[in-house]
Design a binder for this molecule. Structure first.
Ligand code: UDP
Length: 243
């Protein structure tokens, strides 16, 4: 597989074309952003850590029967992925209250949510990712009803797999955001799963081990990501190019 021209540059990742029309290369940069790109910093090694973290998680999800875009690691900071036609809707599941849920509904942080909640947001930085519902997504053509049903089902399936995975490693999966796309007509999990797009707390101390460390200026961001990776047994030093 050969990397060719840049297709798109997002806030933390860049996407490149390859010599195969069905595949892209996802490049994880060290850029770390919060508040719709208002706060941006370079954090050393973050690109590599998230690339390898994402690869590990996507492999676990794939093994559990969830279709993902991930093909293989390409370099320390890059992965080969399927070329999806992205659906501009973010799916968020929450197991414990935090973040925008607390701000929006005046709820205290740290409450166990039973059953876990499911929310949709429009992927649009200029509008600060406004909250959506299924009716709006269908009427404005962002996704069909069938696609939304599948996305919701897969998002909860991810919860079943990852809640247990993190729990076994002494962590709480507080919430996370997923993005989906279409590959040859099939709903497929895209984007990334890393501590940049989820909340993870230590089970005992409830210490934050995710991007909230960056948002809240707590420091030790990449160190926390590496701690999470180590607890999961992810090899950060291993050879790249095999998956
Ligand atoms: N999230 C994300 N990208 C976004 C918005 C949210 O990855 O553009 C993730 C976020 O890291 C958290 C979950 O989705 O794990 C829920 O985020 P929330 O709605 O609480 O918003 P926030 O407090 O991050 O603004």
């Amino acid at each position: 597989m050969k990397k060719t021209t840049e297709l798109y540059a997002g806030k933390a990742k860049s996407v490149y074309n390859t010599d195969h029309p069905d595949y892209l290369i996802l490049s994880f940069r060290n850029d770390t952003s919060a508040f719709d790109g208002e706060k941006i910093e370079q954090l050393e090694r973050k690109g590599e850590v998230n690339n390898k973290f994402n690869h590990f998680i996507m492999q676990r999800l794939e093994a559990a029967g969830i279709p993902t875009q991930l093909e293989s690691l390409f370099s320390d900071t890059e992965s080969v992925v399927k070329h999806l036609e992205m659906i501009p809707v973010e799916c968020v599941v929450r197991n414990i209250s935090a973040g925008s849920l607390c701000r929006r509904l005046g709820i205290e942080e740290g409450l166990e949510l039973t059953p876990p909640t499911f929310e949709l947001f429009l992927k649009n930085d200029a509008l600060h990712d406004p909250m959506l519902n299924e009716s709006l997504a269908v009427t404005f053509g962002w996704a069909t009803e069938e696609q939304l049903t599948k996305m919701k089902q897969l998002t909860f399936q991810v919860n079943d797999v990852l809640r247990r995975l993190f729990d076994d490693a002494g962590m709480l999966l507080v919430d996370y955001k997923l993005e989906f796309g279409l590959f040859k007509g099939e709903i497929t999990l895209g984007d990334e799963f890393s501590p940049d797009g989820c909340r993870l707390w230590d089970k005992k101390s409830r210490e934050k081990l995710d991007k909230d460390r960056f948002r809240q200026g707590l420091g030790g961001v990449v160190e926390a990501y590496l701690d999470v990776a180590a607890r999961l047994g992810i090899d950060m030093m291993g050879p790249v190019g095999k998956s």
